[in-house]
Design a protein around this ligand. Structure first.
Ligand code: ZN
Length: 134
């Protein structure tokens, strides 16, 4: 039996995201085909420590499970970044996350050129989170 999977998901550990993230993985056919790296702030540690712990987990996923796709999910009101209260506006908050994801993308591209990076942004809508590409 092969010991590979197609993707790794780098997401925030925030419990509020779990249900909608799992539903999304199901919709995409990625349940049991995706390593899940769940840490505070998703790409935050990777950006701050480009050779740190989160990087080592992605490296393991690529080398051990041969993933060719990294999915990064950031979200609104992320406590690791001080929550929405730390920003003047939603636009400013989104822009900061967009830049963080861009830096993470560059780190991945520089180390694993064969890995395709996809990124998504989650926003609360009622009791659910909408997941859109970013
Ligand atoms: Zn978060």
């Amino acid at each position: 039996m092969g010991h590979t999977c197609s993707a790794a998901l780098l997401k925030c550990m925030d419990f509020r995201l779990t249900g909608d993230t799992c539903r999304w993985l199901e919709e995409k056919g990625l349940v049991n085909d995706c390593d899940i790296i769940s840490v505070a702030g998703a790409a935050k540690d990777l950006v701050e420590n480009p050779e740190g712990y989160v990087f080592s987990l992605i490296k393991l996923s690529v080398e051990l499970h041969h993933v060719t796709r990294l999915i990064i999910m950031h979200h609104l009101d992320c406590g690791a970044y001080g929550g929405s209260a730390a920003f003047e506006s939603l636009a400013e908050e989104r822009e900061m996350h967009r830049k963080e994801i861009q830096r993470a993308r560059e780190i991945i591209r520089g180390n694993f050129p064969a890995v395709v990076v996809e990124s998504y942004f989650l926003s609360p809508e009622g009791k659910r989170w909408t997941i859109e590409t970013m």
